[in-house]
Design a protein around this ligand. Structure first.
Ligand SMILES: C[S@@+](CC[C@H](N)C(=O)[O-])C[C@H]1O[C@@H](n2cnc3c(N)ncnc32)[C@H](O)[C@@H]1O
Length: 263
């Protein structure tokens, strides 16, 4: 009888993550982000080799690859040892650190922190998101940027309301069938995915919870954490978010040195 006890989030999923996510537009996401940062005259667009970039919630390194391809100096950070094991195998020359959003403490500062694929929605307590923003701000150089995508409340409600994703895939890890069900709890306002995956030899189930965050909730949190410039866009057309937007991209900048001096 297979053990159906859910495994912790992003543990066993690491084995099949790259196969399930094989069509995700990681390179397009970075191009989109850099187009926005170009409008803000961020020097990293022209001089990537001089820029220190943190791929926060790097997972299996899929979001790290386009950053390296563009020429940035990158390190990755994630809480999941299993996801990081895949990342280290894929990119053996890169430093990957196992740590948590809320408590990570690194000796270096960054010019850009990227956190993609709605990873911050995993913080189901708003206070934890506020703490994370403050921690990120501490790790950014003056005029550094934090870029992240995040599901809005509507996004979590609609995406997660009784939807099912199922299919069968074949890749380096063999044949994988997946059956993911989504559920939205209107009382707690949390979305839950129950991800059941069957490999040729085994099966497992993981449960992930997400909370949606709207721009008007993010703005005061980011301001309190020390971000001075905050922009929101829809992907891929750079539209300004509306109440119908399911996922937003947020660009938040720390204070420039000249502003710091003049107060
Ligand atoms: C959807 S995956 C995204 C991974 C990668 N950025 C990508 O785009 O494929 C979310 C990642 O967030 C990480 N994560 C979730 N909560 C975290 C936390 N509190 N601290 C650090 N990492 C966390 C998970 O371990 C997982 O690898």
């Amino acid at each position: 009888v297979p053990d159906t006890t859910p495994t912790p989030p992003f543990s066993r999923l690491a084995e099949v993550y790259d196969l399930v996510m094989r069509e995700v537009e990681y390179h397009e996401w970075l191009e989109f982000a850099l187009e926005v940062l170009a409008t803000q005259a961020w020097p990293g667009v022209l001089y990537p080799g001089r820029m220190q970039v943190l791929d926060l919630a790097c997972g299996t390194g899929n979001s790290t690859v386009p950053l390296l391809d563009y020429g940035f100096q990158v390190i990755g950070l994630d809480a999941s040892a299993q996801m990081l094991a895949v990342a280290r195998h894929k990119l053996p020359a890169i430093t990957f650190i196992e740590a948590n959003f809320l408590t990570f403490k690194l000796q270096q500062r960054f010019d850009l922190v990227m956190c993609v694929f709605d990873s911050l929605n995993n913080l189901t307590e708003p206070q934890d998101l506020a703490t994370t923003f403050a921690n990120i701000a501490k790790h950014l150089n003056p005029a550094g940027w934090l870029v992240f995508d995040i599901n809005t409340k509507l996004g979590v409600r609609e995406l997660w309301d009784e939807n099912t994703w199922a299919g069968e895939l074949e890749g380096a890890v063999g044949r994988v069938s997946y059956h993911w069900t989504h559920r939205y709890d209107p009382i707690t306002e949390l979305g839950w995915v129950t991800a059941r995956c069957m490999t040729e030899s085994d099966e497992f189930t993981e449960q992930h919870g997400e909370r949606g965050y709207d721009p008007h909730e993010l703005l005061p949190m980011l301001a309190k954490a020390g971000f001075v410039e905050v922009l929101f866009f829809e992907y891929p057309d750079f539209a300004h978010p509306t109440p119908e937007t399911p996922r937003v991209w947020c660009f938040a900048q720390t204070l420039t040195p000249s502003l710091e001096r003049t107060g």
